[in-house]
Design a protein around this ligand. Structure first.
Ligand SMILES: Nc1ncnc2c1ncn2[C@@H]1O[C@H](COP(=O)(O)OP(=O)(O)O)[C@@H](O)[C@H]1O
Ligand SMILES: [Mg+2]
Length: 383
C-alpha cells in the first residue's frame, strides 16, 4: 500500500485537527465579550464616518488579543459591507511586516494602489500612502483601521516612524497589540503625544476560563467520547500556571491527542497530558538552545560540563572552562556576564549572588535550570 494512503487510513481520535490550530478564529470567544465590546465601542465611530480613537491592547501571550482583534474586525467588516460604508480594516503582524516601508507598501496594496515591495525610497512610499488620503483617491469618506499586532517587533527593528506617519494621516486609526506592557518606551514623546490611544488590558485566563475555552474547541476537533474525564481540567490547570496562556492549553490538548494516536489509543488520558507537557517543554528548550549564537552555546556547554561534575559554578570557574571550549574565538570576561544574563532570561540557568561573609565580597553562583542530557542533545544537533 502507498505510504500516504496507509497514513491516511490510520485511525485517529481527531475529528478535525485544524480547529486546534493557532490561526483558527472561533465563532465565540468565551470570557472575552467585555473586551470585544470595548474595542467595538471605539470602532463604532467609523459607522458615523468619524475616525475612531487609537487603541492599545496589552496582555501576556495567549490571552486572546489577536483572536479578539480579528473577531471584532470581522464583525465591523460585515456591518460595513451591509451598509456600503467605506471602511477598510487591515490586520498586520509586525513579525511579517517589520519596517515602515513594508507596512506602508502593504497598506497601499490593500487599498488598491500597489507599490513595489522594494526599490522605492521610503519618502516615495510615504507620499503615495498619504496621497491616497489627502487627494481623496479612495473617496472622502474612507476610514482606515490599521491593526499592528506584535508592534514591539517593528518598534525595536525600525523605530517609531510608522506610528508617526500613520498618526499624521487623517482618517487613519491605529490599533496596536503588544505582549509587553513597557513597549511604549520605544516611542519618542513627540509620537506618543500624537497617538491618542485608549488602553485595553487583557488579563491572563484562570483555570476555569481555560477549561471553558477547551470545552468548546474540543467539541469541534475531537470525536465524541475520546477525552477522559479530568483531561481538560488538567490541561487548563497546567496552562493557568503558565500565565493563563490559552495557546499553551490548546497545544497541550492537541499534543495529547497526537500522543494518543501514536499509541493507537482510543482515548486521551491524563498521562498523555503529562507526556505532552514534557514533550512541549523539551522541544521548546531544544529550539532555544539550537538557535543560540555559537559563543553562548559554548558558555552553556561549559555550565553543563560543570554541572555533570557537580561543581559549584562561579563566574570565574565558568570562564576558565569556557575558555578551553571556545579556544580562539572566546569572548571577554565582561561579555560573559551579558551571556549569563541572557541565558537566565531564557530560563535556562539561574544566577544568584551570594555573600561569602564579611570582607570576602560577593560571588555569582550559576545553576542549570534544565536537564543536562537535554542540553547535551540540543548541542549535539548543532554540530
Ligand atoms: N476566549 C477565547 N476563546 C476561545 N479561544 C481563545 C480565546 N482566547 C484565546 N483563544 C485561542 O487561544 C490561542 C491564543 O490566542 P491569541 O489570540 O493568539 O493570544 P495572544 O494574541 O494574546 O497571544 C488562539 O488559538 C485563540 O484562538
Ligand atoms: Mg497574538
Amino acid at each position: 500500500m502507498n505510504i500516504f494512503e496507509q497514513l491516511k487510513e490510520q485511525k485517529t481520535i481527531f475529528k478535525d485537527k485544524s480547529y486546534l490550530d493557532h490561526r483558527f478564529i472561533p465563532e465565540t470567544l468565551p470570557h472575552r465579550d467585555e473586551k470585544i465590546k470595548l474595542i467595538a465601542k471605539h470602532w463604532v465611530e467609523a459607522l458615523s464616518n468619524i475616525t475612531p480613537q487609537d487603541i492599545t491592547i496589552y496582555g501576556k501571550t495567549g490571552t486572546g488579543k489577536t483572536a479578539v482583534a480579528k473577531y471584532a474586525a470581522k464583525q465591523l467588516e460585515e456591518v460595513a459591507a451591509q451598509n456600503n460604508l467605506n471602511i477598510k480594516i487591515v490586520y498586520l503582524r509586525c513579525t511579517d511586516y517589520n519596517t515602515e516601508y513594508q507596512i506602508l507598501a502593504k497598506l497601499c496594496q490593500e487599498l488598491g494602489k500597489p507599490v513595489p515591495y522594494r526599490g522605492w525610497t521610503k519618502a516615495e512610499v510615504v507620499n503615495t500612502f498619504r496621497n491616497l488620503f489627502t487627494n481623496n483617491i479612495l473617496g472622502e469618506d474612507l476610514i482606515l483601521i490599521v491593526i499592528l499586532d506584535e508592534i514591539d517587533v517593528i518598534l525595536k527593528n525600525d523605530g517609531d516612524n510608522i506610528l508617526y506617519t500613520l498618526t499624521r494621516t487623517d482618517n487613519v486609526s491605529i490599533t496596536s497589540i503588544s505582549n509587553y506592557v513597557d513597549f511604549k518606551r520605544y516611542i519618542k514623546p513627540k509620537v506618543k503625544s500624537s497617538l491618542r490611544d485608549r488602553e485595553i488590558v487583557f488579563p491572563p485566563y484562570n483555570a476555569q476560563q481555560l477549561n471553558d475555552i477547551l470545552q468548546e474547541r474540543s467539541k469541534l476537533s475531537f470525536n465524541d467520547g475520546v477525552i477522559d474525564e479530568g483531561v481538560l481540567s488538567l490541561c487548563s490547570a497546567l496552562a493557568a500556571k503558565e500565565e493563563g496562556d490559552a495557546r499553551y492549553a490548546l497545544d497541550l490538548l492537541k499534543t495529547s491527542g497526537e500522543i494518543a494516536d501514536e499509541k493507537d489509543s482510543d482515548v486521551i488520558t491524563e498521562n498523555f497530558v503529562k507526556e505532552a507537557k514534557d514533550l512541549i517543554e523539551h522541544n521548546k528548550i531544544i529550539d532555544i538552545v539550537m538557535t543560540l549564537p555559537i559563543q553562548q552555546q559554548k558558555v552553556l556547554e561549559a555550565i553543563t560540563l560543570l554541572t555533570y561534575k557537580k561543581e559549584e559554578i562561579t563566574s570565574g570557574l565558568l570562564y576558565e572552562v569556557y575558555q578551553d571550549l571556545a579556544k580562539n574565538d572566546k569572548v571577554s570576561y565582561r561579555r560573559l556576564f551579558d551571556f549569563i544574563n541572557e541565558l537566565e532570561m531564557l530560563g535556562l540557568i539561574s544566577a544568584n549572588t551570594i555573600s561569602r561573609g564579611r570582607g570576602k565580597g560577593r560571588t555569582n553562583i550559576i545553576t542549570l535550570q534544565c536537564d543536562t542530557d537535554l542540553i547535551d542533545q540540543a548541542l549535539i544537533y548543532k554540530d
